[in-house]
Every structure is written in C-alpha cells, then in structure tokens.
Design a protein around this ligand. Structure first.
Ligand code: NAI
Length: 331
C-alpha cells in the first residue's frame, strides 16, 4: 500500500484533513497515511515546531499532503512552512487557478497558474534590527534559483499545453535583485522558443488581474509577489476555500492548499475542505493515481453542480455535511 505523509496542521487543518482522508478512503483508494504533527502544539512536547521526524517521513515517502500550520506574527518561531520548503528544497510553488463548476464569480474564464519561487527573496528571513527604530530585511535573489524556477515554469507550460509564460517583477525599481530574476528568465526563455513570453511589473499585473484575468496563462514570480498574487488569484475563483497548491522539488513534493489555518473559524465545522481536496487530487495525479483523481474530482464537481456549498461560498453546509455530500456523489 502506498504510504503518504499527512501533516494535519492546526487551526482548521485537522478538520479539513479528516474530510479529505474520509473522501479518499471512500473512493476505494487504499493509502497508508503516515500522520505527522507539526506547529505550535508540538513545541511543548518536542521543543521545536518542525521535528526531524516530519522531514524524515517525507524523505521516506517522497510525497506529503499538508494542512496549514499557524505562524506567529512578530516574535516567536520561524514559519514551519518556510522551513519545510527550504529543508526539502521544494523550490517551485505551483498554484493553478481555474473557475470551478457552478461557483459564480466576477469572471467565468479564469485559467491561469501561479509559479512562485519558494526558497529565497524576502522570505529568506535575513533580517536585523539596525537600531531600536530601524529594522532591515534582505531581498535575496540568486541566478541559480531564478533560472531554476523559470525553467520549471517553461517545462510546466509544455507539459500542460500552455502557450505563454509571463515573468512578474518590479525590476524598474529593484534593478539588481528583480533585475537578476528578469535577466535569468530571459536567458532560460531563449531555450523555449515554442512558448510565448511576456514581462510585466507586479503593480500593473494586479490591476490587469482584477480587470481581465483571462489574458494570463502561466505566471512566474519571486517568492513574496507569488505569495500575494496567488491570494489575489484565489479571490478570482471563489476565495481561499477553493485554492489549491503544491510545493515541488527535485526529490520531494508537498501538496497543500493556498490558505492558512483560519483561526477565526477553527473548530466550528465551517471550513471548506475543497482547497485541500483539490490539492490532494493533484497529488493523486502526481503519483499516477489518475483514475481515482478523476473519480473524486467528478464527485466534487457534482456536489457543486447541485449547489451544495459551504458558508464561504454562500451555502449552508458544514464541513462534515459537505464531506458527506462529496462521498455520496462518488460513482
Ligand atoms: P487564512 O488563509 O488562514 O484566512 C484568511 C481568511 O480566509 C479567513 O477569514 C478565513 O476564515 C478564510 N479561509 C481560509 N481558508 C478557508 C477555508 N478552507 N474555508 C473557509 N474559509 C477559509 O489567512 P490568515 O488569517 O492570514 O492566516 C492564519 C494563519 O495561517 C497565520 O498564522 C499564517 O501564518 C498561517 N498560514 C499558513 C499557511 C500554510 O500553512 N501554508 C499559508 C498561509 C497562512
């Protein structure tokens, strides 16, 4: 039986993880879930938020499905998410963003993919307090990581029958750091003549996305812009409750929703498990379980077709009722 690491997170994490595991189990696919806890609750017992056993489990299994983990704001421990991505060198964060059946949004023709560099930029956490009134963060951009993510974006475009890759920077202002990201993209692009390219500044991208998102296909961005723009894109297709994602590296892959641990709705049976379910469906495709991926996707879409929604999408269903509805729609 295939073993997969399951990080059930905190906040709404355990609720949506349970929902997704139930739906996959009900589909008939046998998975041996290797449950690994991480985050603030683990610190008391194990001293760190991301114990080595979690990393070892992913190294053993190659694949993980992950629910969100809370990161304290300001002081406190470093983000488990950032640490995980760095330790396993999960350098590409892939966030497809496509309209879903019967979910009405401002636009009906959104079908784009955000490819976010996942290991450096302002996320590298190189910060210092210069004096009590001044703090600085270093925006780290390297040629190696920039070329690698551009290559990933072009390869992704080819494998997924996409026609254009658009690079997003603020290279007019950050001439060296974003300039290097752009220069690296241009160099890699010259090896992919069959794919169209486009260059856009991140502020203009945001305006274009909320006016006419269907003009975009694959976007490739440094880490921080990728983080912000992918939440914006989630808003185009129904919100964070339906936005899926994956962190891909050379050796390992961790599939997780775009959203965070949503402490405002924790434990209330209100969370929408769709984002995590869509991430799990992509994971099944990734490991070659295409039939089960399709079966579960069909059940999810059938649930939407019958206007069965959780509260974030204007419906009345609880997490558990929505989960049951998807299970009942499995054919
Ligand atoms: P958030 O994504 O948790 O929530 C933003 C808003 O969206 C909230 O109103 C929330 O209720 C709603 N929402 C999110 N997911 C939902 C779902 N599945 N169903 C229904 N509504 C949903 O963002 P926030 O509040 O900024 O972050 C909370 C915590 O999560 C922070 O500690 C943050 O660091 C962490 N986080 C973790 C991530 C990860 O583990 N990959 C990613 C993003 C944030």
């Amino acid at each position: 039986m295939r073993q997969i690491t399951l990080i059930n997170g905190d906040g709404i994490g355990p609720e949506i993880s349970d929902a997704v595991v139930k739906i996959i189990d009900a589909s008939g696919l046998k998975i041996d879930w290797d449950l690994q806890t991480a985050g603030a609750d683990v610190i008391e017992k194990e001293g760190v938020p991301l114990p080595d056993r979690v990393i070892q489990s992913i190294k053993r299994n190659g694949i993980a499905l992950k629910a969100p983990v809370t990161t304290p704001i300001g002081k406190g421990f470093r983000s488990v998410n950032v640490q995980l991505r760095k330790t396993l060198d999960l350098y590409a964060n892939v966030r497809p963003c496509k309209n879903l059946p019967n979910i009405k949004t401002r636009f009906s023709n959104v079908d784009l993919v955000v490819v976010r560099e996942n290991t450096e930029d302002l996320y590298a956490g190189i910060e210092r307090q210069v004096d009590c009134d001044t703090a600085e963060s270093i925006k780290l951009i390297t040629r190696g990581a920039s070329e690698r993510i551009s290559k990933f974006a072009f390869d992704y475009a080819i494998e997924n029958n996409r026609t254009e890759v658009c690079v997003v920077t603020k290279a007019n202002i950050m001439k060296l750091s974003d300039g290097l990201f752009l220069e690296s993209f241009r160099k890699v692009a010259s090896d992919y003549k069959q794919i169209k390219t486009r260059e856009i500044l991140v502020d203009n991208l945001c305006m274009q996305l909320v006016q006419n998102p269907s003009q975009f296909d694959v976007l490739v961005l440094p880490n921080l812009y990728g983080d912000i723009v992918s939440d914006l894109c989630a808003g185009l297709i129904g919100g964070l409750g339906v936005a899926q994602g994956a962190n891909i590296g050379k050796d390992y892959a961790v599939f997780e929703p775009v959203h965070g641990s949503a402490p405002d709705i924790k434990g209330k049976n209100l969370a929408n498990p769709t984002a995590m379910l869509l991430s799990a469906i992509e994971m099944l495709r990734y490991i070659g379980e295409r039939e089960y991926a399709l079966k579960i996707e069909k059940a999810l879409f059938k649930t939407f077709d019958s206007s069965s929604f959780t509260k974030d999408l204007g419906g009345t269903l609880t997490t558990s009722a929505f989960t049951e509805a998807v299970i009942n729609n499995l054919e």
